[in-house]
Design a protein around this ligand. Structure first.
Ligand SMILES: Nc1ncnc2c1ncn2[C@@H]1O[C@H](COP(=O)(O)OP(=O)(O)OP(=O)(O)O)[C@@H](O)[C@H]1O
Ligand SMILES: [Mg+2]
Length: 494
């Protein structure tokens, strides 16, 4: 179906792709993997006509593609779900789903009922229950992702490219997506699937191509390739992929939440504690209210009842500024919208939350700022030519590392992490887990939302499970088996 060979692309002297090749057969699911910044999304943007390659050949369905406009790509039947959802925020879900999927003459009237019915059906096929009249801007990140997937499925594609579609989805939604993709494969669609969750590949992919530093280093049959082998191809050396959880002494409560409710976002009657040195994980399905709870604790949504104590002082922050001044830090799930300032440099982003540390008499000490930024770039493995590069130019996973790094400059009392390792590669994930252990050892209280069961169960001292806006269960580290956590999330008996 598709053969891309010797594709190269540079941005102002930075080589994003150098001799990348990818062959995808009709009716196969072809995985594309590589470290953060390896060039995966750049290749996707070339194949969808969003970027013109500097060099290289692409043939599609037997003919050489000479022009790469988005319209050409669409005509050929190439559809992509991008890493960062690209819905039109001011349009409703139904309107977003209609784009590219309705056949209408320029003067025909919009059949709103048909449009809503079709949108609802598309969403149902991906298992999403979302009101189609809502504005896209009001959707959570996983909801946006589900709408994107539904939109791509609504367009009859010959080649479907998915760039990390499961990053913010829970196992249930992932299963449903995989079933859909298998169905499309059986119907002859060629599928390119990008992920950092290598454990997904054996049950999904037929073949896998590995990119390293913009170059294709191998294509293998999925059958017979081990995860260790893939990592070795990706990284070019051995890396630790699992960081064992550290046991640290657990101290006094830092955060005490009692019967907290927030009626505007559907959070009801939530009570729990996080103590010094403790990592408390929150599991649950998309829409269970986990992100909403975090937003209330960080002052982004108003509480309607209950109490929050921080280090023994009663406080429900009314704004993020108040939360930060009380010692609360929050890594949001939707980091491009809330976690980083895209047009500021990496150094400026990293030091943003601790500017006073870098000012002497009102003057910014650039050298100090630079040293801290360089240290974090090295310790988090942020792939960039320098600390002055605007965050917008980083790959998705590297932007995430900057968003996390911001809070490590001056560690807070309570760190709230919403999907901390979503979209980061295997090496960086182990590094983030190591950092979390180190921060806990320093006496921080950490509240971590994660859709990855292995992460919640592996990293947490206590696991809370949310369902329908409230706490459905609480498990100690010993009690928290993946089966029990899932059962509580679904509301079935374990
Ligand atoms: N517009 C741009 N300007 C400058 N550099 C860019 C631009 N877009 C991408 N790059 C660089 O190209 C390289 C490849 O980025 P790309 O987004 O393709 O990586 P990726 O494999 O998708 O990574 P991730 O897993 O983090 O999403 C990175 O070093 C990135 O910083
Ligand atoms: Mg990418």
């Amino acid at each position: 179906m598709l053969s891309a060979s010797h594709v190269s692309k540079s941005f102002a002297g930075i080589r994003a792709l150098a001799d990348a090749s990818l062959d995808v057969r009709v009716g196969e699911i072809h995985a594309l993997v590589g470290e953060n910044g390896a060039g995966k999304s750049t290749l996707v943007r070339i194949l969808t006509g969003a970027l013109a390659p500097d060099a290289g050949d692409v043939t599609f369905a037997g003919s050489r593609v000479t022009s790469f406009s988005p319209l050409d790509a669409r005509r050929l039947g190439i559809v992509a779900i991008h890493q960062h959802p690209s819905l039109f925020p001011d349009l409703s879900v139904a309107e977003n789903l209609a784009i590219g999927g309705e056949r209408k003459g320029p003067f025909s009237r919009i059949d709103w009922d048909a449009r809503r019915t079709r949108a609802t059906a598309l969403l149902a096929s991906v298992g999403a229950r979302i009101d189609v009249d809502r504005d896209a801007a009001s959707l959570s990140l996983p909801e946006q992702q589900l709408v994107e997937i539904a939109r791509a499925l609504g367009v009859k594609a010959k080649l479907l490219i998915l760039d990390e579609p499961t990053a913010s989805l829970t196992p249930q939604e992932v299963d449903r997506l995989f079933a859909l993709l298998s169905g499309l494969r059986a119907a002859g669609t060629a599928i390119v699937y990008i992920t950092h969750r290598l454990d997904e590949l054996p049950r999904l992919a037929d073949r896998v191509t590995v990119l390293r530093d913009g170059t294709t280093v191998g294509t293998e049959d999925m059958e017979g390739v081990t995860e260790a082998r893939l990592i070795q191809l990706m990284v070019g050396r051995e890396v630790a992929t699992v960081f064992p959880k550290r046991t640290v002494p657990i101290g006094n409560p830092v955060l005490e939440v009692t019967r907290l409710s927030a009626s505007s976002v559907g959070v009801r009657d939530v009570s729990f504690q996080v103590r010094r040195g403790e990592i408390v994980g929150i599991a649950g399905l998309v829409g269970a209210g986990r992100t909403e709870l975090a937003r209330v604790l960080f002052g982004l949504e108003p509480a309607s009842g209950g109490t929050v104590m921080l280090n023994g002082t009663r406080s429900v922050p009314r704004s993020p500024e108040e939360a930060i001044s009380q010692g609360i830090a929050y890594l949001p799930e939707d980091r491009r919208r809330h976690g980083v300032v895209l047009d500021l440099s990496i150094a400026a982003n990293l030091t943003l939350a601790a500017l006073d540390r870098f000012s002497r008499g009102g003057v910014l000490d650039r050298a100090a700022e630079r040293r801290v930024a360089d240290d974090l770039i090295a310790s988090l493995g942020i792939k960039t030519p320098g600390a002055d590069v605007p965050v917008r130019q980083l790959s998705g996973g590297n932007q995430q590392k900057v968003a996390l790094g911001r809070w490590l400059v001056r560690p807070p009392a309570l760190l709230i992490l919403d999907e901390p390792t979503q979209g980061v590669d295997v090496g960086a994930k182990a590094e983030i887990h190591r950092l979390m252990g180190e921060l806990a050892a320093q006496g921080l209280a950490i509240l971590m939302i994660s859709s990855e069961l292995a992460e919640v169960v592996g990293m947490s001292d206590r696991v809370l499970v949310m369902r329908g806006g409230t706490l459905a269960a609480s498990f100690t580290r010993e009690e928290a088996t993946p089966e029990r956590v899932m059962a509580a999330a679904f509301g079935t008996a374990a």
